[in-house]
Design a protein around this ligand. Sequence first.
Ligand code: TXA
Ligand code: MG
Length: 312
Amino acid sequence: MARVQAFNDPTVAEAARCVAAGQPVAVPTETVYGLAADATNPAAVAAVYAAKGRPSFNPLIVHVPDLAAAQRIGRFDALAQRLAAAFWPGPLTIVVPLREDAGIAALATAGLDTVALRVPAHRAMQAVLAASGKPLAAPSANPSGRISPTSAAHVAAGLGDRVALILDDGPTTAGIESTIVALTDGAVLLLRPGPITAEALSAALGVRVDTVAVTDDAAPSAPGQLTSHYAPTKPVRLNATSFAEDEFAIGFGPVAGTVTLSAQGNLVEAAARLFDLLHQADASDLSRIAIAPIPDDGLGQAINDRLRRAAA
Ligand code: TXA
Ligand code: MG
């Protein structure tokens, strides 16, 4: 079983060591417990998806200690800054354009050019952010398809030994996930209702806030919603065991390409490299993309889900 440790200075230091080693740790926020990993480390982010058993790659929320740290990762226009000033630290996630030099793993944003950022108001998550010195990608710390955990016991019951360390700082106070607002093209869109209401957002901004489809992984994805996923612009061929000259060849395991998702056939490594290689393929001079077969177990399911969408 996972080790549940009470929140204190030594356990925060241990959580920071796990983060530095690329291991996800469960940490409470004011909304729900999150499964936190170094957002700049692709393998650590892949380990989060593996622990949750997510059959697809949803972009994750990146937690940071303050607005200054958020502005090193995303571009905040005047509206975004006003939102941050009004509600951070707190249960509000703001989706803004991603800075190209932010160093965030492409897997954390699922290859998108936007990023979801949040400054949490909980002492435990703030302490792990300070001790690790890293932005932390953290989805709710539950297995995919199950309800979000509001106590360390929930996390232990759901994720068990799939998480190295659970920091216990009692039950969370908000109990539901953060409100998500997107500010990516001048409009203010409520992507997920939460503790901060649309009325509170409108009042703080002095503009109308439009509600769009709920983006949580519990809800079916609606066409046209902002999380619509990154897809290459070129034709994609799957299950390729040999490659044509005009194809950007992405290998895996025994099938060698020009580049490879994982020469060893390691699915965590493959997940960590997936979006970077798709972007590389898209940017190359070659007109088509071909990808070796990926086994459909564990993280392979999420990889194949993404590849099928890319090929569709
Ligand atoms: O309260 C919370 O927000 C908790 C705690 C741990 O902070 N976290 C959480 O994360 O609920 P998660 O992964 O369960 O939900 C993240 C949501 C997903 O619905 C995802 O689609 C959306 O955020 N999201 C992330 N990046 C996005 C982006 N660039 N554009 C639109 N939606 C995004
Ligand atoms: Mg969740």
